[in-house]
Design a protein around this ligand. Structure first.
Ligand code: ZN
Length: 307
């Protein structure tokens, strides 16, 4: 039994901010090695127009490869119906739709109001539900900027809860609540996740934290207090913010697994395999800053993973 689910998003959120094209072969090896290390779900790419994000020009090939990996849930990000159609055609297991809770961030990203994105989400659910059962992916709804926005600053909790409810009403199979720009702290995390949990009932909720200001793992602890049991993370903490050059990225997968396993929470992830993979990917992404501490410091003497 797994106590806490750790999902890799470095192949999407991490690579999104890497300024050069990473060879397809590296992306495939990354997915294979993560699956071998026991990571059960990977967000392998983003289905956005290639001219906006040339990094994902090879999305189809990477998805096709990931789908051959046994036991792996293959997820892909899509900000709209068109991207979702491409993802579904390829047979992904899960589509992570994303909108920004803050209006100006959503407009800057997808040139739509948040309400228009909620309507788009309803059309996506409709499309998924029209498919035969074996070909129907799960549709997750990501709430970007749920804990703060670089344009608007504070994002009111009431608005986040309202949009979460709208997405659930539209048919979300899962919510992903994101601190996209690393503004959160443990107090607001505990409060917001508890509130959303009580609003939406049994729907799975995943937390997506960035460590931009060093509070990523502290926020994970706070989310654990609110009974959140699934987290996105990025190998080597890749995924820096384009508006904050040099800033750290997503919470680091290796450090997250280390913390959880040390606390006696089973993740099913082999930390040594992950640390070996980190070295390999770091080599392939020469020059990109890698974050996190456990790979640099090494495991403590006598370290035992959760029994
Ligand atoms: Zn992110």
């Amino acid at each position: 039994m797994i106590d806490v689910h750790v999902h890799e998003t470095g192949t999407r959120d991490g690579l999104q901010s890497v300024p050069f094209f990473v060879p397809t072969d590296v992306k495939k090896r990354w997915c294979s090695a993560e699956a071998r290390a026991g990571v059960a779900e990977i967000e392998v790419c983003s289905f956005v127009p290639v001219k906006l994000l040339p990094q994902f020009a090879d999305a189809a090939e990477v998805v096709e490869h990931a789908l051959t990996l046994e036991g792996l849930t293959v997820a892909a990000l899509a900000p709209n119906l068109k991207g979702t159609e491409r993802a579904i055609e390829l047979g992904v297991h899960k589509v992570n739709f994303v909108l920004s809770v803050s209006e100006s961030h959503n407009r800057a990203n997808v040139r739509r109001s948040t309400a228009e994105s909620v309507s788009e989400f309803a059309r996506i659910v409709e499309l998924a539900r029209s498919l035969p059962e074996g070909r129907r992916p799960k549709i997750a709804a990501g709430l970007s900027t749920a804990l703060g926005c670089t344009i608007e600053g504070d994002v009111p909790e009431a608005r986040v809860r309202e949009i979460a409810m709208q997405l659930v009403a539209a048919g979300a199979d899962e919510l992903i609540v994101c601190d996209t720009v690393g503004y959160a702290n443990p107090t607001v995390v505990r409060r917001l996740f508890r509130a959303i949990r009580s609003d939406v009932g049994a729907i799975p909720i995943k937390a997506h934290f960035h460590d931009t200001r060093g509070l990523g793992l502290a926020n994970v602890l706070a989310a654990l207090d609110a009974d959140i049991r699934a987290f996105d993370a990025s190998l080597g903490g890749l995924g820096g913010c384009p508006y904050a050059p040099g800033a750290s990225g997503n919470i680091c997968t290796e450090d997250l697994v280390f913390m959880l396993e040390s606390m006696g929470l089973k993740t099913g992830v082999d930390l040594e395999k992950l640390i070996a993979l980190r070295a390999e990917i770091q080599e392939a992404l020469k020059g990109e800053p890698f974050h996190g501490t456990i790979a640099k410091a090494g495991l403590p003497k006598g370290f035992l993973k959760a029994a």
